[in-house]
Design a protein around this ligand. Structure first.
Ligand code: MN
Length: 297
């Protein structure tokens, strides 16, 4: 007779196989992280010895539970479009998370110390994630209560922590222990044609970072409008801007936009403005902008 351990192993082994078949049937790309999770689990099951103890069994059960939750999250984040399923996860309001680093803290040494990386990622970036979630939650409360007395404060927080979170997420991904060297393909062609050469681009970007007044960022950006690259500086993270977002609907509240007609009644101008909004245009912008998809954090 089989021991209860052996029975359980056999069961989870089969369960694992069923998931793999299911993913294959759904044509889930091998690059999706669910495959990694399943493979990791297969390794664990295959490396169990037959003389396993209670403790190993408990660990295995925990792994099964984790994997189960991951699978559930993965599939609940997919949406059905027509007859096909697409994987289109989004970040629910107030639920931004600190993205894991794809490399160990010490792996960028000697250029960036382990100490900096750890503090920067675990403490600083986490603060932006928490601040962004808090701002989103408080603005939700304002909408629910119709109380906008702290609107300017929370909108500033939304920009500060939002830009902090999004830019750091890009920053971590912009680096690698195997980094350095030169870009290739379309990127190097665009750098050469706009900045003159890779060396000139590097000099310009380094100066942008070095000469920035106070704290902030140097950024290489793509302008979908002019269709060329540009180098910008950002003091602090923003000044009311949430980097890594795309404008869809904008209202000019400079005086020149309303004063000759509305005088100091900017609110009346803002309220009347809705009569002339072209929603077809906003819809089109959303369609185009939502084609760009980054991993959700
Ligand atoms: Mn930072």
């Amino acid at each position: 007779m089989m021991s209860k351990f052996e029975e359980y192993f056999k069961e989870v082994g089969q369960w694992n196989e069923r998931w793999k078949k299911f993913l294959e049937a759904e044509e889930i790309s091998k690059s999706e992280s669910v495959w990694d999770n399943l493979d990791r689990f297969t390794d664990i099951v295959e490396n169990l010895s037959s003389t396993v103890d209670e403790k190993a069994l408990v660990n295995l059960q925990l792994e099964v539970e984790t994997l189960h939750n991951e699978m559930e999250n993965y599939f609940s984040s997919r949406q059905q479009v027509g007859s096909i399923w697409i994987n289109e996860p989004a970040v629910p309001l107030g639920q931004h998370k600190l993205p894991p680093l794809a490399y160990p803290y010490e792996s960028l040494e000697p250029f960036i110390s382990s100490e900096i990386m750890k503090l920067h990622h675990q403490k600083h970036h986490q603060t932006y994630v928490d601040g962004l979630n808090q701002a989103e939650e408080n603005l939700k409360k304002a909408r629910e209560n119709g109380d906008y007395s702290l609107l300017n404060h929370w909108t500033k927080e939304l920009a500060f922590h939002g830009s902090g979170h999004y830019l750091h997420t890009v920053f971590w991904e912009n680096m690698s222990p195997k980094g350095g060297g030169k870009p290739e393909g379309k990127l190097i062609n665009m750098i050469d044609s706009y900045f003159g050469s890779f060396e000139v681009f590097k000099k310009h970007f380094t100066e942008a970072g070095s000469q920035l007044r106070g704290a902030g960022w140097a950024l290489l950006v793509w302008s979908p409008r002019s269709r060329h690259l540009e180098i910008l500086q950002s003091e602090s993270h923003m000044i009311y801007t949430q980097w890594d977002t795309t404008p869809l609907l904008v209202l000019d509240v400079w005086e020149h936009a309303y004063y000759p007609q509305y005088k100091n009644n900017r609110r009346a101008y803002a309220e009347n403005w809705w009569q002339v909004v072209n929603w077809r245009d906003v819809e089109k912008r959303l369609e185009r902008a939502s084609e760009i998809k980054w991993p959700p954090y």
